[in-house]
Design a protein around this ligand. Structure first.
Ligand code: BG6
Length: 465
C-alpha cells in the first residue's frame, strides 16, 4: 500500500467565495454596476442584489469562519467597488470595505487570499467593448496597482483572474459578450489575449511593488480523458487539453502560446492580433504558484465532423465540442451530482500531477465542492452528508497527490458560506454555513452551521488526518 505523507503544518485549509455571489449591496456606497449586475439583476433570474448580504454581515461571517478554523479565506474584490466605471476616480468607500474585511480576517488569524477579478467586469468597460478593447488592459493594470498599494501591506497572496478559460469557452453563461458578430471566435481569442496581457502586467507589477507577496493565475483545470484508447480519441483529448488547460497555464508560466492551441486558432482564422511589446510583457511575467479550481473531469471523443459535435448546453461543466476537433461525451465510469456534473475524485489527483509535472510550481486549490439542494430539518439541522462525502473523497486525493510528490500548499473549497450559484440561483448550495433565503424571498438571511461545518472543523483541527 502507498506511503502517505501528511499535510504540511502550515497548510492553508480555506474556504472560498466571490464578490458578486456573496456580498450583495450591489449599488451601495458608490459601487458601479458590473456585467453580472446588468445581466442577472435585470433579467431577474435570482436576487443578486442582496446575495448573502455579506457586505453588511462580514463580521458575523468571519467570526463563523474563525470558529470553523479556517486558516485562509479566498474572496474576490469587486472591481466596481474600487472603480465604479472600471477606470477613473477611486471610490474610497470601496477601499474602506476591503480594508475592514482584510483587517477582520487578520484579527481572526485568517490569511486573506484575494482574487482581483471574478467574472464581474465593470459594465462601463463592457459598454466600450469590454476585453475586446485594449483600454480594458490598461484599466486592469491601473486597478491592480491600486489594489497592491491599498492592500499589499496585509494581503500576501493574490489571484489574478478567476477561470479565464471558462470565460472564453463558456462566455455566454458568464457575461463575456462577443463584440464582433462576423468572427466571434476571433473576437473571443482577442479578449483572451488581452486578459493574458493584463494578467502578465499585474504579475510583474505585484513583484515590483510587493517583493514579499505571491501571485498566480486561477483557471479551472481538469484532466481530459479520451473516450477510448482509439488513437483518434487520444488525439482529440490532447487537442482539448491544449485549448482548455494548457493555453492558459503555458502563457501564465512560460509566456508563450501553446503550439497546438495556436494552430487550432489559425485553422479557424481566430488568432488574436498581437501588439508589439505584448510577447515581451508575457515572457517577463512569472507566477509564484498556480491556483486552480476543480469540480469534475471531462471526457472527449474524436470529432464526428458535423454539428453533432456541439453539445451546447451552456453549462460550464459540459464540454462543448468543436467540429473537426473533439466531441464532449459522458464518462460511464463516473456518477453525477444532482445537477448532472460528473464526480471524479481520482481525476483530481491526476489533474494535480499533470499541472505539477508541467510547471513545477506550488499548487493551491481555490475551488472544489458540491452544489446541492440542502434541506433544513428540525432544530435548524442540515445534514449534508453528501457534501461531507464529496469533500472527504477529494481531500483524500490531495493527500495522495502530496504523497506522489506534488507540492500543494492549500485547499480552499467552494464555498465558505452559502452564496448565489453562477448558473442556478441560491437553491443550489455549496457552503459550510447555511444562509436562510430563497430566490426571491430574502427571509432573515440567518446563518446556521451545517453538519459539514462540524466535520470540516474537526478535519482542520487534525490537519487533515
Ligand atoms: C466556478 C466559479 O466556475 O464554479 C464559481 O468560479 C461558481 O463562481 C462555481 O459558483 C460553481 O458553479 P455554479 O454554476 O454551480 O455556481
Amino acid at each position: 500500500s502507498k506511503h502517505l505523507n501528511g499535510f504540511p503544518s502550515d497548510f492553508f485549509w480555506g474556504g472560498s467565495t466571490s464578490a458578486y455571489q456573496v456580498e450583495g449591496a450591489w449599488d451601495e456606497d458608490g459601487k458601479g454596476p458590473s456585467v453580472i449586475d446588468m445581466g442577472r439583476v435585470v433579467e431577474g433570474t435570482t436576487d443578486f442584489k442582496v446575495a448573502s448580504d455579506h457586505y453588511h454581515r462580514y463580521k458575523e461571517d468571519i467570526a463563523l469562519f474563525a470558529e470553523l478554523g479556517l486558516k485562509a479565506y479566498r474572496f474576490s474584490i469587486a472591481w466596481t467597488r474600487i472603480f465604479p466605471s472600471g477606470e477613473g476616480e477611486v471610490n474610497s468607500k470601496g477601499i474602506d470595505f476591503y480594508n475592514n474585511l482584510i483587517d477582520e480576517l487578520i484579527a481572526n488569524g485568517i490569511e486573506p487570499i484575494a482574487t482581483m477579478y471574478h467574472f464581474d467586469l465593470p459594465y462601463a468597460l463592457q459598454e466600450k467593448g469590454g476585453w475586446s478593447n485594449r483600454v480594458t488592459v490598461e484599466a486592469f493594470a491601473t486597478y491592480s496597482r491600486t489594489l497592491f498599494e491599498a492592500f499589499g501591506d496585509r494581503v500576501k497572496y493574490w489571484l489574478t483572474i478567476n477561470e479565464q478559460n471558462m470565460m472564453i469557452l463558456h462566455g455566454d453563461a458568464l457575461g463575456t459578450k462577443h463584440v464582433d458578430a462576423n468572427n466571434p471566435m476571433k473576437d473571443l481569442y482577442q479578449q483572451n489575449h488581452h486578459m493574458l496581457v493584463a494578467q502578465a502586467k499585474a504579475m510583474s507589477l505585484c513583484h515590483q511593488l510587493l517583493p514579499q507577496a505571491k501571485i498566480g493565475p486561477a483557471p479551472n483545470i481538469s484532466v481530459i480523458y479520451p473516450a477510448s484508447c482509439k488513437p483518434e480519441d487520444i488525439l482529440a483529448a490532447n487537442t482539448f487539453s491544449a485549448l482548455r488547460n494548457w493555453l492558459y497555464l503555458d502563457m501564465a508560466v512560460y509566456g508563450r502560446y501553446n503550439s497546438t492551441a495556436w494552430r487550432f486558432l489559425e485553422e479557424r482564422d481566430a488568432t488574436p492580433t498581437i501588439t508589439s511589446g505584448d510577447m515581451e510583457i508575457l515572457a517577463k511575467a512569472k507566477p509564484d504558484f498556480i491556483a486552480f479550481n476543480y469540480y469534475n473531469s471531462q471526457t472527449v471523443a474524436q470529432s464526428a465532423g458535423d454539428e453533432s459535435d456541439i453539445n451546447s448546453t451552456g453549462d460550464q461543466q459540459i464540454t462543448i465540442g468543436e467540429i473537426g476537433a473533439y466531441k464532449g461525451v459522458e464518462n460511464k465510469h463516473l456518477v453525477k451530482n444532482e445537477f448532472g456534473w460528473e464526480i471524479d475524485p481520482v481525476g483530481f489527483r491526476t489533474t494535480m500531477r499533470e499541472i505539477y509535472e508541467r510547471y513545477a510550481l506550488p499548487l493551491i486549490i481555490t475551488e472544489n465542492g458540491l452544489g446541492a439542494f440542502d434541506k433544513v430539518e428540525a432544530n435548524d439541522e442540515i445534514n449534508d452528508d453528501y457534501r461531507i462525502t464529496y469533500l472527504q473523497q477529494h481531500i483524500e486525493q490531495v493527500q495522495l497527490a502530496i504523497s506522489d510528490g506534488v507540492e500543494v500548499f492549500g485547499y480552499s473549497p467552494w464555498s465558505a458560506i452559502d452564496l448565489i450559484s453562477t448558473h442556478q440561483g441560491c437553491s443550489k448550495r455549496y457552503g459550510f454555513i447555511h444562509v436562510d433565503r430563497e430566490e426571491f424571498d430574502l427571509k432573515a438571511l440567518k446563518r446556521s452551521k451545517k453538519k459539514s461545518f462540524y466535520w470540516y472543523q474537526s478535519l482542520i483541527e487534525k490537519n487533515g488526518l
